[in-house]
Design a protein around this ligand. Structure first.
Ligand SMILES: [Zn+2]
Length: 163
């Protein structure tokens, strides 16, 4: 799936989740902002990962192709993790009496969940891939974490670079 379409799906789901949660908590504006944060801006960790691999030699084409994972042989995806969902929901239970904080925490948690589930479906990785603990157990190794056909691309790109 081309990246613009992938991002459009995330954006639509993020705003829908935010709207529904916002409606539930009777604060649609906060709902939409938190939906956008948790469901869309979560993808900024791709940008972060890219800069950590390439420094400031930004190449938009490489970035869109996901080469930040492939050249480093590591997949961190710091923001993509079910652990944050659990943590945010746990905080929401503790801080339940503060309505605005509860709205923010639950909506961000929901939006992250929807994002991770849709990533899992679109990219065809099992939901456990989106766990920081699971990726840590595999030493964030692209070879261990990626589907063989995706990892194969890595080897081709590496070859291309050494030409
Ligand atoms: Zn994502």
């Amino acid at each position: 799936m081309p990246l613009p379409l992938h991002l459009l799906i995330h954006l639509t789901l993020a705003l829908s989740t935010g709207y529904i949660a916002g409606k539930h908590f009777k604060n649609i504006k906060v709902g939409l902002i938190c939906g956008f944060l948790g469901g869309f801006l979560i993808d900024l960790d791709h940008v972060l990962e890219y800069f950590l691999v390439y420094g400031f030699h930004f190449n938009l084409v490489y970035f869109f192709q996901g080469r930040q994972f492939l050249l480093s042989d590591q997949i961190h995806l710091w923001f993509h993790a079910w652990e944050y969902v659990l943590f945010l929901l746990f905080l929401a239970i503790i801080l339940k009496k503060y309505k605005l904080i509860e709205t923010i925490l639950v909506t961000v948690a929901l939006a992250i969940s929807v994002h991770l589930l849709s990533d899992s479906l679109i990219n065809q990785y099992p939901p456990k891939f989106y766990s920081l603990m699971y990726r840590a157990e595999n030493n964030f190794s692209a070879a261990k974490l990626m589907r063989p056909e995706d990892y194969q691309k890595n080897l081709e790109w590496k070859k291309e670079l050494s030409l």
